[in-house]
Design a protein around this ligand. Sequence first.
Ligand code: IVH
Length: 676
Amino acid sequence: MNKQKPVDQLTIEEATHEVKELSLQVEEWGREYYEKDNPSVEDYVYDQAYQRLVTLEQIFPELQSPDSPTQQVGAATISDFAKVEHQNPMLSMGDVFSVAELMDFNERLQRNGVDHPEYNLELKIDGLAISLMYENGKFVQGSTRGDGRIGEDITKNLKKIKSIPQTLTQPITIEVRGECYMPKEAFAKLNEQRESQGLPVFANPRNAAAGSLRQLDPQVTANRELSTFMYYVPDYQTLGVTTQSEALTALVKLGFNVNLNNQVATTKEEIADYINGYTQKRNDLEYGIDGIVEKVNDLALQEELGSTVKVPRWEIAYKFPPEEAATVVREIEWTVGRTGTVTPTAVMDPVLLAGTTVARASLHNPDYLQQKDVRIGDTVYLHKAGDIIPEISTVELDKRPADSVEYEIPTRCPECDSKLVHLDEEVALRCINPMCPAQIKEGLAHFASRNAMNIDGLGPRILEQLFERKMITDVADLYHLTKAQLLTLDKFGDKSADNLLTAIDNSRHNSLERLLFGLGIRHVGAKAARLIAAQFKNIEALMNASSEEIASVEAIGPIIGDSVVTYFNNTQVHELIQELQNAHVNTEYLGTATEVKEGPLTGQKVVLTGKLIEMTRPQAQEWLETQGADVVGSVSKKTNLVIAGSDAGSKLAKAQSLGIEVWNEEQFRAAMKEDS
Ligand code: IVH
């Protein structure tokens, strides 16, 4: 492929050859992206190839075939879902990669007779497009874009997403479009979880959202944290509005989640400022954005401008340039997780990337490492997947040292030297030795962690010493530790020993869900543990339950059901539970009622947003929950209070537009103080 040569200097033979090659490539990448939710190249590599093809077809129109990927919209539908024919086609969007190109677009509009239009600037959310149909205010059907004409019916899955209202505030019949996305934190958590379970990780939040939504089992969608921003109403007359910015406000009033970081602009300076501002701020947002969308604000004018076969003429996307940094790989480290997965991490010279210093990047699993062919001494380019997780994009082969050798995947556990295996064809390499010290130590740390048994002061360094000195071999041993033993630990005095013993003792009185989560049963996260504990009330009942009985708990599915049964179907586990009970560790569900105080926040729906300075989000949430508040993820008209830290974004804006009470961190701390 003659990539370097400007298109207008190509001969017709060269161009024919390149169009053929590029069409196949773009088509294949498109399939990976839209249908398999598993792209093999970065978005900008795809965008560049796509743009090159568009330019080629513009300069050599005779080479454009109706089958060209530039003439299709998104994905063909995959067959497992019912098909939905869109009442209005769901088009894609033209894009530009510089402010200069954006200005060209605007000038073209003006040359075509649009006189100094007002633009509504919006964030381009990195998710997937959805269409929601409401009849007399009731949500009746939701679909994906598909090929633009026919989408997939994913109503059941969309019903599991909290930010999608089932009933609108007005009984109207309307189609609303927007983006379904996975917040960055949820994306990071999901990938971490998948990595530890030996499952392939998602390349970015968009693919994670698409993969979570295109599930035949709606329960999977329910267990994934997804949210939405709605931004478009084809029949705007129904809303009685005349501009896009008014349409957004009207959507908020109907009960939708809307991204209110939009801004109306008319001048080049305003547009450039908005773009520059969000280029800086994008890393601080809770969701991924991949650009800015500029829309003609006047809806009647939008209609007049209409669209080409593929894209509307009244809007354009400005795509952010990729943020990359180059550095050198010095080492590949292998760590053993709680479930035995052995994960490689590239250790590199520290480099500044999108606001943070990065020196480590996960290589996920041996397949991934081999596919990228990362070697020690290689110069690599880093980017941040989903704007937060550092990842190696490419290896700079020109800079590879002459004596470089392919990296050899270990065959033995770096901790216990037992043979590593791949279970059930999973990509992860695993140490299956249940006595592997690394796994036991990770398991102990998890047991003591905040959301599990919450044993303050029992961090990894202390656990390491207790374990190495053979004072503990499993979690039950923690309850037999003596002060004399603790006093032998490094830097341990009278006071720290007493404090730790008290913390361990206090953990005996935890409610069942903390113990269940702390045991580290595969697939049982803190939330699942809470739901299961609330249903079965004590550990004996749970141990006697069948997989179906567990799976029938609301929001719990067969995967968790099977996993819990498998876990308890083991004599060693029975012995461990017995030992814990002998050590007077509570195995009953105590409910939240016993810990909750009655007060002004009891029963109130509270949303936390933005950055808190003097406490972490989990700390804030924990305190709110002890007050009986229901901490929820998104702002709706049912929200009673929003606590907004610094840099709060759309949730704050939405709260303000709905007239919901908002506290800043200071007001929040004052309330906490009153309680103490
Ligand atoms: S407007 C008629 N607004 O970007 C066109 N799209 O690359 C309606 N997207 O297909 C689309 N944020 O999935 C619009 N604020 C926003 C958006 C947005 C993200 C997505 C959408 C679209 C894709 C094009």
